[in-house]
Design a protein around this ligand. Structure first.
Ligand code: SF4
Length: 363
């Protein structure tokens, strides 16, 4: 038995290093990299794979995260961001505040996500996008998770396709990957039963791909999920990408327990690096892999560049979601710090645009 898993592990590394497709059994064998020699071999294979694709380049984007309001009644058990109107940490941004932030920071990309609420209903969000597009024709607008798209459809009495088509016409170019959590029926029923599950999440992204959107995919891990569930999540995404081809980037999200959450600790840095490496080797058809520093911490995210990641996300001015969930990371990383962090990790920093091309630097 041990021999079979050794063989599968070695096969997975050899194929993954060359960028070849792994079988489900080989993908599963990677998760058994618990001994030091196996861990090093896993990291080396992921690094070789990322170097074949991207050389020593590591990208980041100058972006602004806009979270218009945190009012949300979905009651996902892990969420420290959502609030009711009476909570002390509730907030609602106005259009003037949002447009003021964009005018002040002049980001390359705006990333807009929020809670499920009628304070910022669909039409108000749609109008915000129209105004941003009118004022900033070059701004890359990545907005609204599949969970929000499903909520907009339900509350505006339109189909998801209509919602997506209207958002596209207004100026949205990409969907963020949030809301997928982890593709596990077991964990969905227990932790986020009031929002869409795995099949609906995939369906909405594939509908978006059909309309010409590029989308991201995420995976929340480190909150009681198993390695089998993580591998299942990756294989589900790989299959969906074979069918619709619109995923630009995969982003593992290290769970942030926050205060009073149902577990005391999120994943260790080593576990985060393993997830990155395995994702790099399994997701042969999703181009980019992001090391997301607001959740994992800057140091682990920088180390992630040697474990398969090619992107550090962005400067993320004003990020609220991970920080209300208790993340102790800085709220925004200046361009200079991002560049220096990437260099210190041994890679060549490149500021990118929202579509992973080279940014037209604004200084
Ligand atoms: S995770 Fe999203 S949908 Fe769930 S409670 Fe928090 S804001 Fe609402």
């Amino acid at each position: 038995m041990a021999q079979t898993s050794d063989i599968l592990f070695e096969q997975a590394l050899a194929k993954g290093t060359q960028g070849e497709r792994l079988t489900a059994a080989e993908a599963g064998a990677l998760a058994a990299a618990v001994s030091p020699d196996r861990l090093h071999a896993l990291g080396r294979a992921a690094l070789a794979n990322r170097r074949r694709r991207f050389g020593d380049r590591a990208t980041f984007v100058f972006n602004l995260q806009i979270n218009p309001a945190n009012i949300c009644g979905a009651r996902c058990t892990f969420c420290n961001y959502a609030a009711s109107k009476k909570d002390a940490h509730v907030y609602v941004m106005s259009e003037a505040e949002i447009l003021g932030k964009v005018a002040q920071l002049q980001p390359t990309e705006a990333h807009i996500v929020g809670g499920l609420n009628q304070v910022w209903p669909y039409e108000r969000n749609l109008e915000l996008v129209r105004r941003l597009r009118a004022q900033y024709p070059g701004l890359h607008i990545k907005a609204f998770t599949a969970v929000e798209i499903a909520y907009f459809a339900k509350t505006a009495h339109k189909s998801e396709t209509e919602i997506l088509a209207e958002l596209k016409a207004a100026g949205v170019e990409a969907l963020p990957g949030g809301g997928a959590e982890i593709f596990s029926e077991r964990l969905w029923r227990r932790h986020w039963p009031n929002k869409i599950g795995p099949d609906e999440w995939v369906r909405i992204h594939q509908t978006a791909h059909g309309l010409g959107f590029s989308t991201n995919a995420t995976m929340l891990f480190g909150f009681g999920d198993t390695w089998d569930e993580r591998i299942h999540h990756l294989l589900t995404l790989r299959r969906a990408q074979d069918q619709s081809g619109g995923f630009a980037c995969f982003i593992p999200l290290a769970f942030q327990p926050g205060e009073g959450n149902f577990i005391a600790h999120g994943p260790t840095p080593l576990e985060t690096l393993m997830v990155l490496a395995i994702a790099r080797l399994v997701l042969d058809n999703i181009p980019h892999l992001k090391s997301y520093w607001p959740m994992s911490g800057v140091e682990t995210a920088a180390a992630g560049l040697s474990w398969g990641a090619d992107d550090m996300d962005g400067t993320i001015s004003e990020e609220k979601i991970a920080h209300l969930a208790g993340a102790s990371t800085p709220k925004g990383l200046a361009r200079e710090r991002m560049t220096e962090t990437i260099r210190m990790a041994g890679f060549v920093p490149l500021e990118r645009d929202g579509k992973f091309g080279e940014a037209k630097t604004k200084g």
